[in-house]
Design a protein around this ligand. Structure first.
Ligand code: ZN
Length: 287
C-alpha cells in the first residue's frame, strides 16, 4: 500500500489572516518599479512564507497525536542547551516528552522515535520530511498548486501605540509595522526523503488534530494569535490524487470527478486506517 504514496504530499491551508514571527519575504521590489507604497490597495505583491513557523506548528500537532496514543515525543530543544527556563524544560519532560535524541543511541544507524525520525535535528541527521516554504501570489491564475503555492494577499499592517492622556488626543507614541498575508488559500508541499506508513499516518492525524484545535491558542499559526491571526483550516489532500486531480481541488468551477470520489473512499476506508495502525504500532514499540 505504501508504494502507492509518492514522496510529495500536500496540505491545504486556508486562513483569513496570517502574521508570522519570521518576517514574510516579499517580491515588492519587482512589482513596485520604485514606486511602491505600502498602503496602495492596487499592490500586486507576492512573497514567501518561511517554513519555520509552519514546521513548528505541524510538529506540535504531531506531538499531541503521539501523546494521544500514550507515547512520548522528542522535545524540540537540545538536551544540553542552555535554556532560559530550565525548570520549564524539566516540566516538559515530565509531561509527555523525552530529551531530544534520547530515543536513539546512534542517530546515523537507528531512527529513534517517530518524531525524531521525521524531524531529525542533530548529529547531522536531517530528518525524513522536508518542509518547504509557501510561495504566495495575489493573482490566482499564477498560482501553481502542484509546486506548493498559494493564493494570498500581502499587506503591511500599521499598529499605533497612542498616548493614554486625554490632553494628547491619541497622539501616537510609537508606530509598528507588521507584515501579513490575507486570504491565504493553497498548498503546503512536504517531501518525504523516505516514505513510511507511520509517517503518513502521523501526518494525517496531526493535520486533523490541528484543524480540530484551530482556535486553541496553542495550535494557531504564527505570532499574532492574540489578534485573531493564524486560525488555519487545514487538511491533507488525498495523497492518492495525481497532479491533475490536485489542481482540480482548487478549481472553484469544477467538482470532484468520479475517480476522485473513488480515491477518497479508498483513502478513508483502506489506506488511512492502515497507516494509522502502523503509527500506533510504532508508538507502542516505544521511543
Ligand atoms: Zn525521540
Amino acid at each position: 500500500m505504501i508504494e502507492d504514496i509518492g514522496k510529495d504530499v500536500f496540505v491545504r491551508i486556508q486562513t483569513d489572516l496570517l502574521v508570522v514571527g519570521d518576517s514574510i519575504m516579499t517580491d515588492r521590489h519587482h512589482a513596485s518599479n520604485g514606486n511602491y507604497e505600502d498602503d496602495d490597495p492596487q499592490n500586486q505583491i507576492g512573497g514567501i512564507i518561511p517554513a519555520f513557523p509552519l514546521s513548528g506548528w505541524l510538529r506540535h500537532g504531531m506531538e499531541e497525536v503521539v501523546h494521544e496514543y500514550d507515547g512520548t515525543a522528542c522535545h524540540p530543544g537540545e538536551a544540553n542547551a542552555n535554556f532560559m527556563k530550565e525548570d520549564v524544560y524539566e516540566r516538559d519532560l515530565d509531561d509527555g516528552y523525552h530529551e531530544k535524541g534520547a530515543c536513539t543511541d546512534n542517530p546515523k544507524e537507528d531512527n529513534g522515535c517517530v518524531v525524531f525520525d521525521l524531524f531529525g535535528g542533530f548529529g547531522g541527521v536531517p530528518g525524513k520530511v522536508m518542509r518547504r516554504p509557501i510561495k504566495f501570489n495575489p493573482v490566482r491564475s499564477s498560482v501553481d498548486y502542484t509546486r506548493g503555492q498559494a493564493e494570498g494577499h500581502y499587506r503591511r499592517l500599521n499598529r499605533n501605540i497612542v498616548s493614554r492622556n486625554a490632553d494628547d488626543n491619541r497622539e501616537p507614541l510609537r508606530n509598528a509595522e507588521v507584515d501579513a498575508v490575507a486570504n491565504l488559500d493553497g498548498c503546503w508541499h512536504l517531501s518525504f526523503r523516505e516514505v513510511k506508513p507511520e509517517f503518513v499516518g502521523l501526518l494525517a492525524e496531526g493535520i486533523d488534530f490541528l484543524d480540530g484545535h484551530k482556535t486553541d491558542f496553542m495550535h494557531q499559526l504564527g505570532g499574532a494569535r492574540n489578534f485573531g491571526a493564524g486560525i488555519v483550516d487545514c487538511h491533507l489532500i488525498n495523497p492518492l490524487y495525481n497532479e491533475r486531480e490536485l489542481k482540480r481541488v482548487f478549481d472553484r468551477g469544477k467538482g470532484n470527478t468520479n475517480k476522485m470520489d473513488e480515491k477518497d473512499d479508498q483513502w478513508a476506508e483502506e489506506y488511512r486506517p492502515a497507516f494509522v495502525e502502523a503509527l500506533e504500532d510504532r508508538i507502542a514499540e516505544g521511543p
